[in-house]
Design a protein around this ligand. Structure first.
Ligand SMILES: [Zn+2]
Length: 82
């Protein structure tokens, strides 16, 4: 089997910042085992640390974390005032 480098799969994921800001982050995922590669504009691993798949980041466009909104409404309750 040839050890050919494969491009990572980009997966969008949402997370909460400061407890109320909804942020969107793009993860690079190993195309073979699905493990999240800890990759970014400053660091691109050449191999998946889990399965050893060779990874190429050529052509990958890095996107910065993006603010998509605020968590509010049904998820949060106003403090009870006496
Ligand atoms: Zn892998």
């Amino acid at each position: 089997m040839k050890n050919r480098a494969k491009k990572p799969i980009l997966k969008k994921r949402k997370y909460l910042k400061y407890g109320f800001v909804i942020m969107e982050h793009e993860d690079c995922v190993c195309p073979r085992c699905g493990d999240i590669l800890n990759a970014g504009p400053d660091y691109q691993p050449r191999y998946c640390s889990r399965c050893g798949q060779r990874i190429t980041f050529t052509g990958v466009q890095w996107t910065e974390d993006k603010q998509t909104g605020f968590a509010e409404g049904r998820d949060f309750y106003e403090p009870v005032k006496n």
